[in-house]
Design a protein. Structure first.
Length: 398
């Protein structure tokens, strides 16, 4: 079936012979998107000559990211270098004169042939990666350590992994891995709206462990220039390239973090044994509930779980009314490994902290991304709620 964007009711009859098959005509970009979202049988969109150039190009850029197998053929009353250049940059496959039905027929045939090749490539080699976001509303709890170790362990198993540093002002992923990135997430701005796999590869830095990193900008001021929509686009493209995308975050609900939450398959929420961290985790869980985030898509991890600070894991559970999935012990080996720029899970694989990281991945991250690397889906029970009020119980006293 061919979709035709044209306000003229007679346009479908006029172009039917050239494109062949059934034609469904729509008169607006919103209607066109609605049809594409509701069905998967379309491989060709023809945009009529009366649709203004900017609207046609905006749709083509969207289509290139959201529906890469759909080809766009643009009809124009007059062809010139400006039109052809603008169409090419926006991802239009063919531009044809509106009165050249033979040219339209050839363009439609070539576009369908390309769609078949793209679909075959997607079926055989492309990925449907999953996004795992590591978050805490309090700084200093170990988010970057978790992100780099999870990513490094997954990469060591043969998975294709990308770490995205969303702490855009003060990110530490690159320095924690001793990377010297030539480009950063700020470089996606020049490709906003038409970022593709090749563009994504131009901004990532490869680590010797096998994982890739999309580093935070070198200048903190660049963070304000990056819209949340650019992060959404980056993550959606990354899902087609990587098996796993691990997102490291700042300790705040920024627009970039919310964009990551929207496409995440698993949220790893980190707590430590101190009252500010527990309080912030409780507020984070409440906020996620308000945002409509599924409880099944998040887990709580307790870092430095054996610290003797007068607060116990049981107190944390009572306060947040959610079970703890994984406990990670304290060790001076962790900051030492960060200073060496080598993830502990690779540097000392038998270390208890490394064992906890592997346990996290095997029990929860791989479950969350079942089907990517052969893992079988495993249903996880919703965390049991304990009590009706937010309390920090210490020896039976509140």
């Amino acid at each position: 079936m061919t979709l035709l964007w044209d306000a003229d009711p007679g346009a479908a009859d006029r172009y039917n012979f050239a494109v062949g098959g059934d034609i469904v005509r729509v008169d607006s970009a919103s209607s066109l998107q609605h049809v594409l979202q509701d069905s998967s049988g379309e491989s060709l969109v023809v945009i009529g000559p009366e649709v203004d150039m900017q609207s046609a190009c905006d749709f083509s850029e969207l289509c290139r990211v959201e529906y890469p197998e759909v080809g766009v053929v643009l009809l124009r009353r007059r062809l010139d270098v400006t039109v052809l250049g603008q169409a090419l940059r926006s991802g239009v496959r063919e531009v044809t004169a509106a009165d050249d039905l033979t040219g339209l027929a050839d363009a439609a045939r070539r576009s369908r042939e390309l769609t078949q090749r793209v679909a075959g490539h997607h079926h055989e080699g492309s990925r449907d990666g999953r996004v795992v976001t590591v978050f805490s509303a309090k700084g200093g709890v170990g988010k970057t350590t978790f992100s780099t170790n999870i990513g490094a362990y997954l990469a060591s198993t043969g998975a294709k992994v990308l770490i995205v540093d969303l702490d855009l002002a003060f990110g530490d992923v690159a320095i924690s891995l001793q990377l010297l990135p030539q480009n950063s997430i700020a470089d996606v701005l020049s490709m906003a709206g038409h970022l593709d796999e090749q563009g994504l590869q131009s901004v990532v830095t490869h680590h010797e462990s096998g994982l890739d990193a999309a580093a935070a900008p070198a200048e903190p001021s660049d963070a304000d220039r990056i819209p949340g929509s650019a992060i959404s686009e980056l993550l959606k493209v990354a899902k087609r390239v990587y098996d796993y995308i691990i997102v490291d975050t700042p300790p705040a609900f920024t627009e970039h973090v919310l964009a990551a939450f929207d496409v995440s398959d698993l949220l790893v929420l980190i707590a430590t044994l101190d009252i500010p961290a527990v309080k912030n985790l409780r507020l984070t869980l409440d906020t996620l509930d308000l945002l409509g985030n599924s409880k099944d898509s998040r887990i709580v991890v307790l870092n430095r779980s054996d610290a003797k600070v007068g607060l116990r894991a049981e107190d944390v559970v009572a306060a947040i009314k959610t079970d703890i999935a994984i406990m990670v012990p304290s060790s001076v080996a962790v900051p030492a490994s960060v200073n060496r720029g080598v993830p502990l899970v690779l540097d000392e694989p038998k270390h208890p902290v490394s064992a906890a990281f592997r346990d996290l991945v095997e029990r929860h991250v791989r479950v969350a991304v079942a089907g990517v690397d052969g893992a079988e889906p495993v249903a996880r029970e919703e965390p049991r709620r304990r009590g009706d009020r937010w309390l920090l119980s210490r020896g039976g006293k509140s």
